[in-house]
Design a protein around this ligand. Structure first.
Ligand SMILES: NC(=O)c1ccc[n+]([C@@H]2O[C@H](COP(=O)([O-])OP(=O)(O)OC[C@H]3O[C@@H](n4cnc5c(N)ncnc54)[C@H](OP(=O)(O)O)[C@@H]3O)[C@@H](O)[C@H]2O)c1
Length: 173
């Protein structure tokens, strides 16, 4: 079955962006392994808000060679970018996606989509880039209500910048 990997950066207090979607707390001057990670996946999943933020980066669409699904409850006009808008329940859609053919799937975010995926038990691995700053408020890594879910730490590394890279696998009983 295809795996869903949540590859994401967060603050020390569990925020993936500031209250106004600020990402300036992230260290942008270093790669942290992104260039190695990107070729390992062939599909991305984004909530509509994350998709909008990505478009606002003022760079070419970053995943032109991937299959990209963007979740929105509304009907969205076709994009000039290679994305498919999905109105279907994300958990149902992604459960089916995982059973089909293809490689690893990157859950890009944001917090709403992550919360839905966690609640549905659809996140197989988490690769977390924990930045040494407490933001106090913002967009949580996982939004909404979800039952506790245990993960096993499979590796960790300390980057000289102070970022901790922690890789987790979903714990199966
Ligand atoms: N630090 C990082 O590495 C990182 C990574 C990714 C994202 N982010 C940040 O996270 C922020 C966005 O996160 P967010 O939590 O606000 O939003 P999000 O999860 O990216 O997107 C939320 C949107 O997804 C759609 N959605 C939610 N539930 C749905 C459902 N049940 N069915 C269908 N569609 C559904 C809705 O779109 P509609 O409103 O169109 O219906 C909703 O507004 C941005 O600031 C982004 O930059 C940070």
């Amino acid at each position: 079955m295809r795996k869903v990997i949540l590859y994401i950066a967060s603050s020390l207090d569990g925020y993936i962006a500031g209250p106004e979607n600020q990402l300036d707390f992230l260290f942008h001057d270093q790669d942290f392994g992104y260039e190695n990670f990107l070729p390992t996946i062939d599909t991305t999943l984004m909530g509509y808000k994350t998709y909008q933020e990505v478009l606002g980066f003022d760079v070419p669409f970053p995943y032109p060679d991937k299959t990209n699904y963007v979740f929105s409850r509304q009907s969205r006009p076709a994009s000039q970018h290679p994305v498919t808008f999905v109105q279907e329940d994300p958990a149902t859609f992604i459960r089916q996606l995982k059973q089909g053919s293809g490689g690893k799937i990157w859950a890009v975010g944001g917090g709403q989509l992550n919360g839905l995926l966690l609640e549905a038990g659809l996140i197989d691995e988490v690769e977390l880039y924990l930045h040494p700053i407490a933001l106090g408020s913002g967009i949580p890594l996982f939004k909404g209500a979800y039952a506790p879910q245990a993960f096993r730490l499979i590796s960790s590394a300390i980057h000289p910048s102070g970022v901790i890279i922690a890789k987790y696998q979903k714990k199966t009983v």
